[in-house]
Write a protein of this length. Structure first.
Length: 148
């Protein structure tokens, strides 16, 4: 009797067709995950200036509010992680690179014109689990944009 084959990148618990349908129906925006580039020397001024942003991922995605303000119990003098009141969740395909804490996210194309140009900061690397169809990444809004 043979033991079951563990899931791999090409054979998972869910059929690839399920992930493809979910991605096609839900990931209807174009999102960009990027991080600031390294400092570069400006020959005109002799000063170091921020280099061009480094794009980590640009492709299908979706975002949604992740709920209302969090409640944080603060003990005087103790550090705590403030989860703020502008939390969102980014959804990307599992094939997309995992965003790192501090990466920036923007919506490049959306049917919701108010979403285009908004910028979020990634709070934590993308979540993982045994049965995943999309990658979920927690973000906090940094800059509003849009034309609505």
């Amino acid at each position: 009797m043979s033991s079951p084959t563990p899931p791999t990148a090409t054979s998972s618990i869910l059929p690839a067709s399920v992930a493809a349908v979910v991605e096609r129906k839900l990931l209807i925006e174009t999102v960009r995950i990027y991080r600031p580039g390294p400092m570069v020397l400006d020959p005109a001024t002799g000063q170091y200036v921020p280099g061009p942003d480094v794009t980590v991922y640009e492709g299908p995605g979706a975002h949604r509010p992740a709920g209302g303000p969090g409640i944080v119990l603060r003990l005087e003098g103790q550090p705590y992680r403030d989860d703020g009141d502008a939390r969102y969740t980014l959804f990307t395909p599992l094939s997309a690179p995992v965003a790192s804490t501090g990466d920036l996210v923007t919506v490049v194309h959306s049917e919701d014109s108010a979403a285009i140009g908004r910028v979020w900061t990634v709070l934590d690397p993308g979540e993982t689990g045994t049965v995943e169809v999309l990658r979920a990444t927690w973000m906090r809004i940094q800059k509003t944009g849009g034309t609505a």
